[in-house]
Design a protein around this ligand. Structure first.
Ligand code: FNR
Length: 190
């Protein structure tokens, strides 16, 4: 069976290049991976006083992660940092105590920006935080995509052959580890 990937995009802008990139990755990896986009812009700001009666949006987000074999963060970079919506989702996912959904979950991080370093700084912040909450962060390949409008066509295809081949190898690796760490396997063993 295909591995389920819960995909978090750190931008809800209709024209978001990260959303476009996430969709292109989903299409490229469709033979092995089933991408499910998790919306994060309806999550309230994290508040520890609400954590024992979590909003439905938070519950939905946590269930989506729990049901997935891996999580993928496709992050923009704002002012050399991670967008607040992703940090917010990360914090909610750890609470209340004892219900941390990230613990032991395979996590991968990528992102795109028009700048030449293609969200490298934001991605590394995300990796640091994911490690801290117990996720198993896929270290390689690193994908820092310097976005050009012609790179992804209207149907969500990567137009540059070399880039597509590289991204395919990234998705293959994600699929390999997602399969090994599959939620279905974990359930079978318990
Ligand atoms: C940016 N952008 C940006 N890009 C980058 O590579 N590093 C950065 O630190 C920043 N900082 C930044 C701050 C602010 C306030 C804005 C509005 C933009 C550019 C950013 O990559 C670009 O707007 C992307 O299009 C944002 O991603 P989405 O929303 O298209 O997915």
């Amino acid at each position: 069976p295909k591995s389920k990937v819960a995909v978090f995009v750190g931008s809800s802008r209709p024209g978001s290049i990260n959303r476009k990139f996430a969709k292109a990755l989903g299409k490229l990896g469709a033979a092995k991976l089933d991408f499910q986009l998790v919306e994060v812009d309806d999550l309230p700001f994290f508040d520890p006083e609400r954590e024992n009666n979590v909003p439905a949006s938070v519950q939905r987000m946590k269930e989506a992660v729990a049901a997935s074999d891996a999580v993928l963060f496709v992050t923009p970079e704002y002012n050399r940092g991670v967008p607040a919506v992703l940090k917010n989702a990360l914090d909610w996912g750890t609470r209340p105590w004892g219900t941390n959904v990230w613990d032991g979950k395979l996590a991968s991080v990528t992102g795109t920006s028009p700048g030449v370093i293609g969200t490298a700084v934001a991605q590394h912040q995300m990796r640091t935080m994911l490690t801290a909450v117990g996720a198993l962060v896929l270290g390689q390949p690193e994908v820092y995509l310097a976005y050009k409008p012609e790179l992804i066509d209207e149907d969500g295809n990567i137009t540059d052959e070399q880039t597509a081949t590289f991204l395919q190898s990234y998705l293959d690796k994600l699929a390999l580890f997602a399969g090994r760490l599959s939620v279905r396997d974990a359930q079978r063993q318990t």
